[in-house]
Design a protein around this ligand. Sequence first.
Ligand code: NAD
Length: 353
Amino acid sequence: MKMNIALVPGDGIGPEIIAEAVKVLEKVGEVYGHEFCFDHLIAGGASIDLNGVPLTEETINRAKAADAVMLGAVGGPKWDNEPGPNRPERALLGLRSSLGLFCNLRPAIIYPELSEASPLKSEVVANGIDIMVVRELTGGIYFGEKGRKDDAAYDVMYYSRPEIERISKKAFDAAMLRDKHVTVVDKANVLESSRLWREVTKEVAASYPEVTLDYMYVDNAAMQLVKNPGQFDVVLTENMFGDILSDEASMITGSIGMLPSASLREDKFGMYEPIHGSAPDIAGKGISNPIATILSAAMMLRYTFSLEKEADAIERAVKEALRDGLRTMDIKKNDEKASSTEEAGLEIVRRIR
Ligand code: NAD
C-alpha cells in the first residue's frame, strides 16, 4: 500500500520530533511492506520567515492533496510580536478549517510505568489510564451567533442533527477499536442542545449494538476524571465541554510530551499532531520527547489508513521501550539517565516488529 503524507514540521522542536516519527514509519513500511511518500511543507513561524505569512495557499493545496497530514508544532518567541492574524498559530486554525476537520480525538494515557508522573494518587492510576476524548470541533457556542445588545452580550450554542450525527459516528467507530464504551458528556438538565445530543446519540448507538452508551453531566464528568478516571473509555462531547475536559484529561497524565491527537473529517483524511507546543526552551538541544508525535503516527495508521496491526506495533514498541527504561528528560526521575530525542526514536524503531 502506498500512502501520501504531508509533513509540516513547523517550528522549535517540531522538526526534530517529526524526524523520529518518520523513522518509525519507515521501519513500519519495511516490516509490513508499505510505501510512505512524504511531502515536506512549511507553515507557522518558518513560513512567516520565508513567505511573510504563517500559511500559504500552496501549503493548503498540497496538504489537501495528501492522504493525511502530520504536524510537529508551530510558534515561538521570535514571532511573538506578529500581529494577531499573522501569528504562527493561525497556521493550525487555517489548516483545520480549510481541511474541514470537525472531529478531534485526544487520547489521555497513563502508562503504569509512568504513573508517578501523574498528579493523581498512585492508587487511582496504578493500573494505567486510557481515555479517548472525542470533541466536536467546528460547531457549538464558539461558532454560534454572538453579539452585544445594550449592556448585554450573548453567544449562542447551536447544533444541528447532522453535526451531532457525524461526530457521534466517529466516537462509536473509535469505541469499536477500543473497550466499546461511550460516555456522552453534556448538561441535559439545563441545555436544550444537550437534549438533542441525547436523542441523536441514542439513534446512532442503535447501529452499534456492541457498544455500551451512557450519559454524564459535565460538572460530574470534571469530578469523575480526577476521582476515578479508570471508568472512562470514549468520552464524546461538544466543542466547549471538550475543550475543557480534554485539557483536564491530558493534565492528569502528567506527561505532555507523550500525548498524541487526531483531527478528522467524514472521509478517512486526518491531521495528526502532538498536543504539546514547539517547546522553544529546549528546541535545538536534541532532548525533546518524540513519543507524542510517534503515537500520532500510530493514530494516523489506524484512523486514516485502517492499518490496525501496524498502529498496534508502534504502540507496543513505545510501551516496551518505556518498560525497558526509556526516559527522556521530561519523564525521568532525578537519578535516571535521560535519552536524547534520537536515542528515544531509535529505541522505538528497534522494537517495531
Ligand atoms: P509547550 O507545549 O511548547 O511547552 C510547555 C512545556 O513543556 C515546556 O517546558 C516544554 O519544554 C515542555 N515540552 C513540551 N513538549 C515537550 C516534549 N515533546 N518533550 C519534552 N518537553 C516538552 O507550550 P508553551 O511553552 O506554552 O508554548 C510554546 C510555543 O508553542 C508558543 O509559541 C505556543 O503558542 C506554541 N504552541 C503551539 C501548539 C501547536 O503547534 N499545536 C500548541 C501549544 C502551544
